[in-house]
Write a protein that binds this ligand. Structure first.
Ligand code: SAM
Length: 335
């Protein structure tokens, strides 16, 4: 089994298929930093679907069992469905999922994604009221359209739908209870996520985090809750349910209770760099290996070498590391 220097196996791969997104959420792609003149990756720089498949196969052969497609917004990449079909055919891959803002999730698109091979889908939704949602997504996108996207996902019969809400202090904690109420009986799982210091463009401050403790107390002030067992060792969310209700929710304490010790995730950027930590400053170029036949390292050797040397645990070291450290942006590396 391939393990890193802290004995963590390689299990998950996040693949970013594009650095573009149609939203401008302040915590990820604030519009003052991603304006009209922002230079996105060029088409010929992006990995082709054939290249992504080759890299994904190598990762699965080395131990990866879960792949999640993300971005940017993965549904803005043309014909992402044909990539999904390719990945679906990889022997040994147990779980293929997608993270999206659901703005482009029509009924037909949801059915096509399911049919192509997406098993589970995560949908980001940070507020339910139109005004707050429009402000948070940075482009005034209507919340009703995302709620329709969620309904379309439900009709498409994915194995699991999770709704992810990033909670930012003073901006959207008032949406926590309405989210629980709205999604009760809708057969989805809610995840409340602490706002993280990913990248540098969001000017993150410790005070902007609405902590998992605060999330839990807010919920308990209205509803009795009970814990649920973890689904598997190292699950990042602490799972809960409302007493007497089928609604499951989870809280992810990425900042206040980091889980680096269990991190088995690698990330592949849209141009083929592998990152071994969400908070890394640089990645390792696999596209060069694929496109330049004079390179003497194989994909397998490169990934093995990289993973064996991995000792990242940024979240555990956060307070001792400089706040001026340059980190890759989430929209680029894949959320
Ligand atoms: N566009 C897709 C979406 O909205 O789900 C996929 C990419 S997005 C980068 C993936 C996830 O990362 C979203 O759920 C988003 O809320 C989360 N995210 C981005 N920046 C974050 C931050 N600073 N802290 C916590 N979560 C963040």
């Amino acid at each position: 089994m391939l393990v890193d220097r802290l004995h963590r196996p390689i299990r998950d791969l996040r693949i970013s298929v594009t650095d573009r997104c149609n939203f401008r959420c302040g915590y990820c792609m604030p519009k003052d930093k991603y304006g009209r003149d922002h230079q996105f990756l060029k088409r010929n720089e992006l990995l082709t679907f054939e290249e992504i498949e080759k890299i994904a196969r190598a990762f699965v052969e080395l131990g990866v069992v879960k792949i999640r497609l993300t971005g940017g917004e993965p549904l803005v990449r043309n014909d992402v469905e044909s990539l999904i079909q390719r990945l679906k055919g990889i022997d040994g891959l147990k779980d293929l999922s997608l993270t999206t803002n659901a703005s482009l999730l029509s009924e037909k698109r949801a059915a096509v994604l399911r049919e192509a091979g997406i098993q589970r889908i995560n949908i980001s939704l940070d507020a339910l009221d139109a005004k707050t949602f429009g402000r948070l997504n940075g482009v005034g996108y209507p919340v009703e359209d995302v709620l329709s996207g969620i309904e379309n996902a439900r009709k498409a019969d994915f194995e699991q739908i999770k709704i992810n809400m990033v909670v930012q202090h003073g901006l959207n904690e008032s949406s926590i209870l309405p989210m629980l109420e709205y999604f009760t009986g809708k057969d989805v799982i809610l995840r409340f996520i602490e706002y993280m210091d990913v990248g540098n463009c969001n000017d993150w401050q410790n005070n902007d985090v609405f902590t998992s403790k605060q999330i839990k107390s807010l919920i308990e002030s209205r509803y009795p809750i009970e814990p649920l067992d973890a689904n598997y060792r190292g699950e990042v969310a602490k799972r809960w349910k409302l007493v007497g209700s089928p609604l499951e929710f989870g809280i992810i304490s990425s900042v206040t209770e980091p889980f680096c010790g269990e991190c088995s995730r690698a990330r592949l950027s849209a141009i083929g760099e592998v990152y071994t930590c969400l908070f890394a400053s640089s990645g390792f170029d696999l596209r060069g290996i694929l496109r330049d036949s004079s390179q003497d390292l194989s994909l397998h050797q490169a990934v093995q070498r990289l993973w064996r040397g991995r000792d990242d645990r940024y979240s555990e070291l956060r307070t001792t590391l400089s706040s001026t450290r340059q980190k890759v942006e989430m929209s680029y590396i894949g959320g």
